[in-house]
Ligand binder design. Structure first.
Ligand SMILES: *[C@@H]1O[C@H](CO)[C@@H](O)[C@H](O)[C@H]1NC(C)=O
Length: 403
């Protein structure tokens, strides 16, 4: 039987989608991609900083549990309480007029208590051997955890040599599994942060990062009218201080007596000690009532800010040329992998699905299996311990009854 019109339509749609996918893939420019799939090859591509002698070192590892022993290998921090600094170069580019996508995976399998999991993007001027917290950067992005207070995703952009952190709080993942972090910056000055390929935050750079002075300000020529009452509460004029309110806070304790051996040549003249007065009531304050003349907060008229001028190139950087890790970790074990810098959001999403997306479930399964095996081991050990105790007890009883 020949395919009906609906089926033919689907076929056609399929062909169009396929073509779109091919064209889309062809359009993607990948500036940097690093999956650490070639064993020790990364040592040629990544440069460890020598900015201080006591920096922590990275090694390649998939960690204690993983979805795939090879594909999940990434850069792992391996020493506790260390600064880490390492970076890699790529052919410099400008993101002017183009979308910029920065993406990577990070796994805190040590259940990190305090440490950075973020990356930095640098100009090609970066002195890799001297990479440190003082090295100027363009973009800082990714999770940061410290204690119960800090559990956030940083988005910090450099604008005219000043760093502007995002004002919106974005919570990071805190479990021990691999997570995918994506930052998208578009030429229309919108941005998007995705975690595990799901939107965690989006907005406009100008609104959410304080690059420019505000568009509107209070009109300095207009003053609040003098009769505008903006006090929500006032003292009740009918409330009067009760009689006998005022009492001293401290009084002499006349029940005390001068000690027998008091020597006034040594201790000075003896005085009654001062004690808190039980009748003291503190300062009297009239009760507060709602202000009948309250008119609310005065709405200060706004005018255009003369110091504001729009900038449609906040998002753009020249000579983007290096990516790096510059972090501090209290407990090590974090694994960084699947770095990607591209101009194509769809390519990045697919790359995320094909890397993190494919190994995340087996990774979780292995972790759960290991936990179960560990419990099983403990159970067996406990049972053995009990058996031995029971045997000893029985033998002891036998000896007693044999006496
Ligand atoms: C290393 O970087 C720091 C901070 O950016 C800078 O002050 C210092 O001069 C640099 N050292 C060298 C040898 O370039």
């Amino acid at each position: 039987m020949a395919a009906g019109p609906a089926a033919r339509g689907l076929l056609l749609l399929g062909a169009v989608l396929l073509l779109g996918a091919v064209l889309g893939a062809a359009r993607a420019v990948v500036y940097f991609q690093e999956q650490f799939l070639d064993g020790g090859g990364w040592r040629q591509r990544w440069v460890s900083s020598e900015s201080r002698p006591d920096l922590g070192t990275f090694h390649l590892s998939a960690g204690k549990f993983y979805g795939d022993p090879v594909r999940d290998r990434g850069l792992q921090t391996r020493e506790n309480s260390k600064f880490y600094a390492i970076s890699s170069r790529f052919k410099p580019f400008s993101n002017k007029g183009k979308t910029l996508v920065i993406q990577y995976t990070v796994k805190h399998e040590q259940k990190i208590d305090c440490g950075g999991g973020y990356i930095k993007i640098f100009s090609s001027d970066l002195d890799q051997k001297n990479l440190s917290g003082a090295s100027p950067y363009y973009i800082m992005f990714g999770p940061d955890i410290c204690g119960s207070e800090t559990k956030k995703v940083h988005v910090i952009l450099n604008y005219k040599n000043k760093l502007h952190p995002i004002k919106k709080p974005i919570r990071c993942k805190v479990d021990g599994y691999t997570h995918l972090y994506t930052l998208i910056i578009r030429p229309d000055q919108t941005y998007e942060v995705k975690i595990d390929n799901e939107v965690a935050a989006l907005g406009n750079l100008e609104d959410d990062l304080d690059f420019l002075p505000p568009k509107k300000i209070n009109d300095p020529a207009v003053k609040k009218p003098s009769d505008w009452d903006d006090r929500a509460h006032i003292a009740d004029p009918n409330d009067i201080k009760p009689e006998h309110w005022d009492e001293p806070e401290y009084i002499m304790d006349t029940s005390d007596e001068k000690p027998e051996d008091w020597d006034h040549t040594v201790h000075g003249e003896w005085r009654y000690p001062m004690v808190k007065n039980p009748l003291y009531k503190g300062e009297w304050k009239p009760r507060q009532i709602d202000n009948p003349n309250y008119r609310g907060v005065w709405p200060h008229p706004q005018i255009d800010n003369p110091h504001y001028s729009p900038d449609f190139n906040i998002y753009s950087y020249e000579n983007i040329g290096a990516i790096g890790l510059d972090i501090w970790q209290v407990s090590s074990g974090t694994i960084f992998d699947n770095f990607l810098i591209t101009d194509d959001e769809d390519y990045a999403e697919d790359f995320g699905d094909e890397t993190w997306g494919e190994t995340k479930d087996p990774e979780k399964e292995m972790n759960i299996r290991q936990a179960e095996e560990e419990q099983q081991r403990k159970r067996v050990a406990e049972e053995e311990h009990f058996d031995q105790w029971f045997k000893k007890k029985q033998e002891g009883e036998k000896r007693i009854s044999n006496r």
